[in-house]
Write a protein that binds this ligand. Structure first.
Ligand code: M6R
Length: 349
């Protein structure tokens, strides 16, 4: 059933290329984005967006904020559902309420959706499971089409969540990035020699006192997601951090046993991020840089393809961080499909 792969997680990482093709089929067209599920009328009168989600789905939402605000110029707030639910948020009627969920059954996310509906907001679900509680509750749903995800650590669902938000952002902005979207799908095809390299590299990254994943802009939520992936299956402490925030405290932790995964985009704030990496190197942290631009100073380097689009870099880096987390965890002898203390869908609060 695992199709020759050691774990479902590995299979699902490898599947992302096919799954993203499915996710964008009939939606990403040369004439622009088309969604059968919604029409432009649904978005009329919308001045704000709130995105509510948990875990990995929340990280996807954060990427959506950067994209939608930059391109569509609509204000977006991204909320952790378990927090949103118990505070008294100001919900205005010109707000579109988006929930993101792989399972469609996450209790906190579902409750926020009910809350938004009660306040009279339009609601939209980005969800992988048709007929789930969230899909039944929402006014409209865009299905993620990721297929069944078995690994507790979400991989392909995350890929489709980010892709759907990217398409939504194009849709709202009347922007056409047909070719960039296809390029981003292309780079998720796993290169087996790269996978071998990551397997070898993972040896170095099992003993330290913790990991920081750093990035700026859309690479900050990817840093959060990379760190979550690592901690949930390897049980090693990991944090995602905005690269520019390291000097406001965490850099005090830097020593050779602090591991840093630096997501260095060529297209967004390259020099600024590079100087944040230099600061960590100067304090002797062990740094792995992922970039298309070779930088000599760090201990390890993984090269991605040269591209002019940050989202293409994003998707290639995403696969690398998933493989890295998986290889570190496998090396430590863990069952990456069934990490301790976790359930695939969290239907209790
Ligand atoms: O099914 P959902 O997307 O609503 O689940 C949300 C989180 O529980 C989920 O993303 C969790 O963080 C994953 N285990 C992360 O890999």
């Amino acid at each position: 059933k695992k199709g020759g792969f050691r774990f479902y997680m590995e299979k699902e990482i490898y599947e992302q290329f096919e799954v993203l093709k499915e996710n964008t089929l009939g939606r990403n067209t040369k004439e622009g984005i088309k969604f059968e599920e919604v029409d432009k009328k649904f978005f009329e009168g919308i001045n704000n967006i709130i995105i509510s989600a948990c875990g990995t789905s929340y990280h996807a939402g954060l990427v959506g904020k950067y994209l939608i605000e930059r391109d569509a110029k609509i204000r977006v707030n991204v909320e952790v559902a378990s927090e949103l639910r118990y505070r008294e948020p100001l919900l205005s009627q010109d707000t579109l309420f988006i929930v993101i969920s792989q399972s469609g059954e996450t209790a906190d996310t579902l409750e926020t959706l009910k809350m938004a509906k009660k306040a009279g907001l339009k609601t939209l679900a980005l969800c992988n499971v048709d007929n789930s509680s969230i899909v039944r509750e929402a006014d409209k749903t865009i299905l993620l089409r990721a297929g069944i995800e078995k690994g507790v650590a979400s991989t392909k669902a995350f890929a489709t969540q980010v892709m759907t938000l990217w398409m939504l952002s194009n849709y709202l902005a009347n922007k056409n990035e047909y070719y960039a979207i296809n390029e981003a799908i292309e780079v998720t095809k796993v290169d087996t020699s790269l996978h071998e390299k990551i397997k070898r590299l993972s040896k170095r990254y099992t003993k330290g006192h913790g990991f920081f994943y750093i990035g700026r802009d859309i690479f900050f939520p990817l840093a959060l997601e990379g760190a979550l992936k690592l901690k949930e299956i390897s049980y090693i402490h990991a944090e995602g951090y905005p690269a520019g925030e390291m000097k406001h405290g965490p850099i005090a932790l830097a020593d050779p046993d602090l591991y840093v995964v630096a997501l260095l985009s060529k297209n967004i704030l390259f020099d600024k991020t590079k100087s944040n990496i230099e600061e960590l190197v100067a304090r002797d942290a062990t740094v792995l840089t992922i970039s298309s631009e070779y930088i000599e100073m760090t201990d390890d380097f993984i090269r991605i393809n040269e591209t002019n689009h940050p989202m293409v870099e994003f998707f290639e880096m995403m696969v690398i961080t998933q493989l890295l987390a998986m290889e570190v965890a496998i090396r430590m002898g863990n069952d990456v499909d069934m990490p301790r203390n976790l359930a695939k869908s969290v239907t209790v609060e």
